[in-house]
Design a protein around this ligand. Structure first.
Ligand code: PTJ
Length: 262
């Protein structure tokens, strides 16, 4: 995760880690680069994380592996960065871009030029050599009305694989219609994004991103055939089914007092 934030939360608090993540987003909001709706989106994510058990489940590990393979195989991979991602995992997105040789592009649902510039500055501070999507977001994704339609000609417009954590369903569908593979990270296995992405990692971005870097490093030693095998054996529908089954089983066990919550 990014730089430490000043926190009034005592380290002994049982939900210390989760509260620190919240504070990081609040700080990003106060600094003007996390959208107001980003705070709400995070609350929705937290709710699903509770149901999942705040851990990286097996279907997510499979999706992370497939995602790393897809990024390594891509001709023009792009990592799309919004306000929440910049607040929570700036260092990891820069590292991942390095390992898989991807471009970094700021792409915002609630776009303002000020927010885009601030996010690019954060990525640069964490070591990014180039950040697209600020002054060069002059191309448009067809049939998309939100501000997310504004993309770089050298980035998302020509990408074959786009990693877009915490994405919205409309853009995922629009990118798929353009023939691109979309990898998303979304704690909600029922969201339109989760359902329409090529690869859905049902996990918290703060756990999934460091794991993606790890897997990408390991898989970067594989042959193209080895990576293609991983990708061909991946089934996104099955991943979503398994994530839902995990939640059902967990809630069933909790409701019979077979598990403790934390
Ligand atoms: O920075 P901007 O302007 O691009 O805006 C970003 C937000 C996130 C506000 C915007 O994309 C948005 O409104 O997203 P949604 O439609 O609320 O979707 C966010 C999805 O991410 C929801 O399904 C949440 O459950 C999920 N989510 C929230 N926090 C996390 C998460 N998934 C993984 N890790 C999280 N920490």
């Amino acid at each position: 995760m990014g730089e430490e934030v000043e926190s009034s939360v005592p380290r002994t608090h049982p939900r210390y880690k989760s509260l620190l993540v919240r504070e990081r987003l609040i700080k990003g909001f106060e600094e003007g680069y996390v959208a107001r709706a980003g705070l709400i989106a995070h609350g929705r994510g937290e709710c699903f994380d509770y149901l999942i058990g705040e851990t990286t489940i097996e279907p997510a590990v499979k999706a992370i592996e497939a995602a790393a393979a897809a990024l390594l195989l891509a001709r023009n991979p792009v990592i799309s960065v919004n306000g929440n991602v910049a607040a929570l995992v700036p260092e990891e997105v820069v590292r991942l871009a390095d390992v898989v040789n991807a471009k970094l592009e700021v792409n915002l649902f609630y776009r303002t030029e000020d927010r885009a510039r601030r996010i690019a500055e954060i990525l640069t501070r964490h070591g990014a050599r180039e950040v697209l999507g600020v002054d060069d977001a002059v191309a448009e994704i067809p049939e998309l009305l939100s501000q997310r339609r504004k993309v770089s000609r050298r980035g998302i417009l020509i990408a074959d694989v786009v990693l877009a954590p915490l994405e919205d369903g409309d853009r995922t569908e629009a990118l798929r219609r353009m023939g691109k593979s979309v990898i998303t990270i979304d704690l909600n296995p029922l969201s339109r994004t989760s359902r329409s992405a090529t690869i859905t990692i049902v996990d918290n971005v703060v756990r999934a991103m460091p794991k993606m870097v790890e897997y990408a490093r390991e898989l970067s030693t594989y042959s193209r055939e080895g990576l293609t095998d991983i990708l061909n054996n991946y089934d996104n529908n099955e991943t979503l089914v398994q994530a839902l089954k995990h939640i059902i089983k967990r809630l069933d066990e909790l409701s019979q007092s077979k598990l403790t919550l934390f």
